[in-house]
Design a protein around this ligand. Structure first.
Ligand code: TRP
Length: 450
């Protein structure tokens, strides 16, 4: 481990399940637990979920497989992978590294809120089921100046400490324990939330689509959410795939990861939205939704305080297994391409991300009057530019790259380990990545910007 820079062999995952857990660890994070419920709440509930599913099947699975295959084939970081196959495509990988950098800078701010909520749950500061009280607790936190920046700093420090631990040691070990624990907790919370008086309304809101609510905004938001939640479009899965050994069954992994990810997002929705209706919160409340509704659920559970503590702790772990993947993409690039020292690079990039995140944090309070895009402050602008533009654009270019530049035959050869694995959906995958994916993304893009 210590001789990382001297050893010629590239590090690899310790086991097959290690890769699936780590890649699911990257996918499952604040995107599922924090963003999915509030995006569903904001974009019409069932209508959003339906569109999300369609995009997941058409684009999500396709790109997941594409990224992992490209990563393992080249054994390189996002930029190096493109460059190895076609020199003048390296900038596409660069776009991804930029996206990761930007996402992490606001992601870490939310991670900071989570750390603060862990502490609040211990000190008893969350014990209420009154929407007003819980709303004020959240607003007081995010709108103050120093406190959220302080916790944002702690989150970044935790992230770089794990990344410094390396692939097998840090990332893989952490995922193995935390992912299953998170799953069990969220199932319990969802059951409690759904059985609250009036909770059924929330289940209906989430699962029964109201077709009149589907419009271009909802579709673009769902597209962005699929990319964000699956960690696609920025080379994250290229980088993780590059640590895979040559006999892993990639098509199988590429199917399992989106299923796990979507399962957890739906469970988070089922934990949050029934409570929204049971306690009279607003489904459209936005980024504060899980922070105000779940404490109300905990207040209705035996040992609720303990539960709150354990839950926010696991949310933090899930956020960390995602944030490390974003930092890893940036670090892997600089270490592979510029041959910088890994430790130094990790610290420097973490510091830069922290600084980028400060305006995002301030835009929730003291800087809320500053707008960058129309009606959007720093936080919302980072989110919009990455989820709704950079990631889908990265995905579009990846489809074109694999389908038309590298070639389906090559990609399928890699996916099937030189034809030794059965992958009966290969012809369909070819069509999806060559035609359906790019056209679908392009249509959503064009329609929503004109
Ligand atoms: N998917 C993670 C989540 O849901 C966030 C994330 C990690 C991500 N790596 C990414 C998003 C790469 C986009 C691209 O929280």
């Amino acid at each position: 481990m210590e001789n990382r820079n001297q050893t010629p062999e590239r590090e690899q995952w310790g086991s097959k399940i290690g890769f699936i857990l780590a890649a699911s660890g990257s996918a499952v994070g604040l995107g599922n637990l924090w963003k999915f419920p509030y995006m569903a709440g904001k974009n019409g509930g069932g209508a959003f979920v339906l569109v999300y599913f369609i995009i997941l099947f058409l684009v999500g699975f396709t790109l997941m497989l594409g990224e992992i295959v490209l990563g393992r084939h080249t054994q390189l970081n996002a930029i190096g992978a493109y460059r190895k196959i076609r020199k003048n495509w390296a900038w596409v990988g660069g776009l991804g590294v930029l996206a990761g950098f930007l996402i992490l800078s606001f992601y870490s701010v939310v991670g900071g809120w989570v750390i603060n909520y862990i502490i609040k749950s211990v000190t008893g500061g969350l014990y209420s089921s009154d929407p007003k009280v819980l709303g004020n607790i959240f607003n007081d936190l995010v709108s103050s100046t120093m406190t959220p920046i302080f916790y944002h700093a702690i989150f970044m420090v935790l992230t770089f400490i794990i990344v410094l631990g390396g692939i097998g040691g840090g990332i893989e070990k952490a995922s193995k324990i935390m992912m299953p624990a998170l799953f069990i907790m969220i199932v319990i919370i969802a059951i409690r939330s759904m059985t609250l008086p009036g909770g059924v309304e929330g289940i209906k809101y989430l699962l029964v689509p109201d077709f009149s609510k589907i419009n271009m905004d909802v579709i673009l938001n769902a597209l962005g959410q699929v990319f964000f939640s699956l960690s696609l479009g920025m080379g994250c899965m290229i980088t993780y795939g590059s640590y895979l050994n040559k006999d892993t069954n990639i098509p199988q992994s590429a199917a399992i990861i989106p299923l796990v990810d979507t399962g957890i997002a739906l469970l988070a929705g089922l934990a949050v939205l029934p409570a929204v209706f049971a306690f009279g919160f607003e489904p459209e409340a936005g980024p504060g939704l899980i922070f105000v509704t779940l404490p109300a659920v905990f207040s209705q559970m035996p040992l609720g305080g303990l539960f709150a503590f354990m839950f926010f702790l696991l949310v933090l772990f899930a956020a960390l297994t995602s944030s490390i993947s974003m930092l890893e993409v940036c670090v892997a690039y600089v270490v592979d391409e510029w041959k910088w020292n890994r430790k130094f690079t990790t610290i420097l990039i973490s510091l830069a991300i922290f600084i980028m995140g400060v305006p995002a944090s301030l835009s929730m309070g003291p800087w809320s009057h500053i707008t960058i895009l129309p009606g959007k402050g720093f936080f919302d602008t980072y989110d919009y530019i990455t989820s709704n533009i950079l990631l889908p654009l990265g995905g579009l270019l990846l489809c074109i790259f694999i389908g038309w530049i590298w070639g389906i035959d090559q990609a399928v050869k890699e996916a099937t380990n030189n034809g030794t694995l059965k992958f009966s959906l290969a012809p369909m995958w070819g069509v999806l990545i060559k035609y359906v994916g790019p056209i679908a993304i392009l249509i959503v893009f064009i329609r929503s910007f004109i």
